[in-house]
Ligand binder design. Structure first.
Ligand code: SF4
Ligand code: SF4
Length: 354
């Protein structure tokens, strides 16, 4: 064990990020120790050798690229450093890497270096990768998946091919995990026209994997968008070998497939709110820009099982409620219907429901 590890009292067990008590983990993270532990572990177990390369294939369905943008905000270390420590080879990502394609008579032309459709096929057929999915997968109209086309194929077709040979699937963001905004109740769209990877809303029997008859281990990292820590520390736990896939998943995930360390079943965002004194004193804001409780503006933090209030965003500076925006419980499987109409008090909600 390195001197630094001894001094910090860290051990390989400390790297069981997904098994850690969530308060303890947050403390370590705030002290900037998370990736330090990982570096120590690497030095202690592998010396100068890198972690074996982990191939990552990232595909996007119906989404806004917010999850990818959030990942770019990873801090301490930044994303590139984290990828270097973890030896991640991000082989294909539609937004980060130049997405290009040449088609002749509707068929992809050229080679994988110049055509990302061909690259996707080559990686999917080879296997040996973690599949990261951002966005819901379109199933409609009538099961064709053509509501969402990428290049010359539907996201359903793309997902099927990529999922078949994946070692593990990580659904990044609420759209990929549960359908998110794409499955909001509506008079004009059948919610089953869009699906999450392993769930649609709270229903695992309606996930796209079930539709396609594919059985793969899945980790859900919801959030609209998810915190970069949630994504990077999940990858760390897997790559460091501290979490065995699929054997350890039932222990570390909740009933909706979320890592319990980031989405504690017995905790919610309201419990650590900096505005809680105002809540206790029944002092409420009625418009943005104030400092009081946001309940009357529709704050749904009671419903949100996540560590946002303590972890905070943008390198630990602030988060939704602190910045003045009511929590809309974006990490929950039934988002956004659970919080609709957004930013409205109960009274207004009743009115809106009439
Ligand atoms: S602003 Fe929201 S999270 Fe904060 S005390 Fe009020 S209801 Fe709770
Ligand atoms: S505070 Fe609420 S709305 Fe903001 S990220 Fe967390 S769960 Fe989502």
């Amino acid at each position: 064990m390195s001197e630094e590890s001894k001094n910090s009292g860290s051990s390989a067990n400390d790297l069981d990020f997904l098994r850690m008590d969530w308060h303890k983990f947050l403390k370590a993270r705030r002290a900037g120790a998370g990736f330090k532990l990982l570096e120590n572990y690497k030095n202690d177990t592998l010396g100068d050798t890198d972690f074996p390369v982990t191939h990552v294939l990232w595909i996007q369905g119906a989404q806004c690229t917010g999850c990818s943008e959030s990942l770019l905000d990873a801090a301490n270390p930044d994303l590139l450093k984290a990828f270097e420590i973890l030896n991640i080879d991000l082989e294909r990502h539609e937004a980060f890497l130049a997405h290009q394609g040449l088609f002749v008579d509707g068929e992809p032309a050229n080679t994988s270096e110049l055509n990302s459709e061909i690259l996707l096929d080559e990686i999917s057929e080879r296997g040996d990768y973690i599949l990261m999915v951002e966005g819901a997968i379109a199933n409609g109209p009538e099961g064709s998946g053509k509501y969402f086309m990428s290049g010359n194929r539907s996201s359903k077709e793309m997902f099927k091919k990529a999922a078949q040979n994946a070692d593990l699937i990580i659904a990044v963001g609420t759209c990929a995990a549960y359908g998110g905004i794409n499955v909001a109740s509506s008079d004009i769209v059948d919610i089953l026209d869009y699906r999450g990877v392993a769930f649609t809303k709270k229903d695992p029997s309606k996930g796209m994997l079930k539709v396609l008859g594919i059985d793969k281990p899945v980790i859900n990292i919801p959030g609209c968008p998810p915190h970069p820590d949630w994504i990077m520390f999940t990858l760390s736990a897997i790559i460091s070998g501290n979490i065995k896939i699929p054997d350890d998943l039932p222990e570390v995930l909740d009933e909706f497939g979320r890592p319990k360390v980031f989405f504690p079943p017995d905790h919610n965002v309201h419990k650590d709110c900096p505005r809680k004194e105002f809540f206790k004193n029944k002092e409420f804001d009625s418009c943005v820009g104030g400092e009081k409780c946001l309940l009357k503006m529709g704050c749904q933090a009671f419903l949100a099982h996540a560590d946002c209030a303590l972890r905070k965003w943008n390198d630990g500076h602030s988060y939704c409620v602190q910045a003045g925006s009511p929590c809309i419980a974006c990490v929950e499987p039934d988002f956004p219907d659970n919080a609709r109409p957004l930013y409205s008090s109960k009274k207004t909600k009743k009115k809106a429901d009439r």
